[in-house]
Design a protein around this ligand. Sequence first.
Ligand code: AMP
Ligand code: TRP
Length: 333
Amino acid sequence: MSRVFSGIQPSGVPTLGNYLGAIRNWVPLQDTQEAIYCVVDMHAITVWQDPAELRRQTREMAAALIACGLDPKRCILFVQSHVRAHAELAWIFNCVARLGWLNRMTQFKDKAGKNQEASSAGLYVYPNLMAADIHVYHATKVPVGDDQKQHLELANDIGQKFNHDYGVDFFPTIEPLIQGVAARVMSLRDGTKKMSKSDPSDQSRINLTDDADTIALKIRRAKTDPEPLPEHQSGFENRPEARNLVGILAAITGTLPENVLREHGGQGFGAFKNTLADALVAHLSPIAAEMTRLLEDPAALDAALRIGADRASEIAEPIVAKARDIVGFLPSR
Ligand code: AMP
Ligand code: TRP
């Protein structure tokens, strides 16, 4: 059995992209691996978060994860800032990672945009914290969406450099688990941009909290082109919106895009969008209802997260203690 780790930022309502690209793939791993899942609030504050909103969104994200099928009894589910070992190992990693490596991170460039000088230092070293999240448990498998691949390569570079510099074999190699046809779900307004919970336009995404009418409306208004759906996937060339919507239907109904095209190829988008909206509503409504139910009892949710943090600390503490010793810190007690 391997140890699996993954994290998600409480920086907004979880989207269909988070669900299909990440969360949904986390669920079956609970039963085959030792699975550790984390709401990464420390990552979220690399860009400004209103404190009250952050608290609300952290609970909301935890509720979403449980509603999507993560069971705090079958996995370790907790909030990043509750386990201090993440921050501690991240500092050591700040001293292992090279500026040249961080300079290559495309997500920093995307998020910082033109104004890098005004970005937080946290946003820049964010991949070091992410590496610490994983290595502090000696986790070896990390299920994520396609966009996180580069960060995982960096996490491996950091682990290897640490091992090499200190002459140890301490941090294992991490293997990304990037799954499925929907490893990258795109914006409903622009098929070349990824669907994101931080996109300013709510019309660009399906939120897991959207009601049936909202989902149907967003799908109806989703950007398309005037051509009917292609018969084969080769017809997706230069049609990112068509590719995206077909990919979503395939992912949500558990099939492949070619099967969706076998059934819907040649159809106009009008009819196809109705099918897609119905499938999304059928799949997502029970999740939204369960989220609402869980959020009615925040005390119970907090208690479950505290138990998760205690279990996570039990694994992380001895590993970070060993890392302290390897780098030459004096024992603190
Ligand atoms: P984030 O929203 O950045 O905290 O991402 C949480 C997880 O969802 C990561 O594993 C991402 O790779 C995944 N993810 C986020 N957006 C998308 C998307 N549009 N398509 C597929 N996966 C996504
Ligand atoms: N950086 C990831 C994202 O934005 C979230 C994350 C933080 C993560 N720590 C992690 C994912 C560790 C996997 C493993 O999507």
